[in-house]
Design a protein around this ligand. Structure first.
Ligand SMILES: [Zn+2]
Length: 206
């Protein structure tokens, strides 16, 4: 019991921090922290919860089949399937999904290209790319309304060296070995998307 309470609190702390940035508008987004690997169990935000005022009761324990563990009248986030796919693919410790203006704009602008290239920036180090001349390609998938299909698309596009996948005009899924790592990656992605878009805008006026 104590374990689950702690994981629920970790999810609440993540929600608090990300909601303050305005990254979880209108009950959007879903956040999870892994509780155990084998069998897979993770704590995830419930469907429809206001992330700006999340309580531990809004965090639900689910298994790999999205089955709710324990007593609750709530349902897990509708996008829980995407979290399952990422936990199974990477054995990561946390998955964060947010809807922001900048990740939406980037996902639409570069959708036809299939990915957005981020290069020549110090903050790539926060995404574990320390090499000289580092660049990454962040994959972009279609916003399938069938969530099984969305889960499969995110899983297929996800690679170990870039810890995020964009969904067109929807948001981003980011994962990390710990909640802290996932949050660091997410903040780096969002900074780089904003920087990229603003640089593009300034350059178009030169
Ligand atoms: Zn979403």
């Amino acid at each position: 019991m104590q374990r689950q309470v702690n994981h629920a609190r970790m999810v609440c702390e993540l929600a608090d921090c990300l909601a303050k940035k305005g990254w979880l508008p209108a009950t959007a987004g879903n956040l999870s922290v892994k509780v155990s690997e084998n069998p897979l169990l993770f704590a995830i935000t419930r469907s429809g919860a206001d992330k700006q005022a999340l309580t531990e009761q809004d965090v639900i324990l689910v298994d790999e089949h999205q089955r709710v563990q324990g007593e609750t009248s709530y349902r897990p986030s509708a996008e829980t399937i995407v979290h399952v796919k990422l936990y199974e693919k990477f054995q990561c410790g946390s998955v964060l999904h947010v809807h922001t203006l900048y990740n939406n704009l980037v996902s639409q602008l570069y959708f036809e290209r299939g990915s957005v290239r981020l290069s020549d920036h110090e903050l790539l180090k926060a995404l574990d790319h320390w090499e000289e001349g580092a660049f990454i390609e962040v994959p972009i998938v279609e916003n399938y309304h069938n969530l099984e299909e969305l889960g499969r698309a995110v899983e297929a596009a996800a690679t170990p060296d870039v810890p995020g996948v964009l969904v067109r005009n929807h948001g981003i899924y980011v994962w990390g070995s710990t909640p802290e790592a996932a949050k660091r990656y997410l903040e780096a992605f969002e900074f780089l998307f904003q920087y990229h878009l603003m640089l593009r805008q300034y350059q178009s006026h030169v």
